[in-house]
Write a protein that binds this ligand. Sequence first.
Ligand code: SAH
Ligand code: SF4
Length: 343
Amino acid sequence: MSLPDIAAYDRAGLERLFSEMGEPRYRARQVLRWLWVRGASSFEEMTDLAASLRQTLAERFTIGRPELVAREVSSDGTRKYLWRLADGATVESVGIPSGNRLTVCFSTQAGCAMGCAFCATGASGFTRNLSAGEMAAQVAGVARDFSARVSNAVAMGQGEPFANYDATLAALRILNDPDALGIGARHITVSTCGIVPGIERFAAEPEQFTLAVSLHSAVQTTRDRLMPGVRRYPLAALKDALLRYFAATGRRPTLEVALISAVNDTDEEIDSLVAFCTGMPVHVNLIPMNPVEGSPFSRASDERVRKVLHALSDAGIETSVRAERGADISAACGQLRQRVSGA
Ligand code: SAH
Ligand code: SF4
């Protein structure tokens, strides 16, 4: 049996572990720094721990390090990475530089079980949940590759974060921890397809993490068709959860809408979208859908995207259109999928 990965522990987890071992709490801080600041790949390197403790840790744990198997660089500087995990599962991440910011989009699962009709990950099915260490290591790996600090992290790669809630939260805490990646909580975003109990739990977390929800349509039948995995959380329940999220946190969630020609860019869809957002403290992010191979859907025209933008703006709803990055390397939303055969 393989040993557990110490990188999967956030500070609270390490503190519990060391207290069980009769070690002082500050061991957690030391180990976090070795793993995430100095990038140690063995316990032997952790020279401020007693030799006997290093030995015990080495007998009980491994240090997980996803292996980089492919890397593509876009003409706009965006980089896409394919990592192989300890059991051979593969996941992708994207690094998006912009001025002095570096945003990393990381995966929370290998594959995804939600089956959204327009998403490449959804089409490839579900493999397994990632551990917190496997999530944070993607972000650390991209930082290393850019030789830069990561300013923003978004759980918008493969997988549904709230279908893997505990590990995702532990990963966000590692990303946020000043002794690990040190990314500000407000600069860490989770995107969910709308799992209502997950939104409720997230609202009660003490950190100021940012929430994004993939809406895609405010017409129930359209949403059910596009996003079969969240049929059991109808729009009214979603709206209610978002209002309660705002009441509890004072933070406005982002609603993501990938615009698909003749599916969710019609006048009727626009009216429903405006009605859904009216009276809600939200920011709407319009994303021209990225074409996915073998999919019957095509992206909305620029004219329809503008129409949606204006309808929402005219109704006083704060709206933006997401700039496309890394299109030449298929690094855009929903295009991440496994390409290494046999993986
Ligand atoms: N499972 C989560 C997060 C990962 S998907 C979620 O669904 O929110 C990240 C974002 O990419 C989501 O908003 C998703 O709806 C969007 N997306 C998926 N496929 C897309 C495509 N082909 N074009 C544009 N956006 C897409
Ligand atoms: Fe999963 Fe998100 Fe893709 Fe839907 S859009 S299949 S929830 S990764």
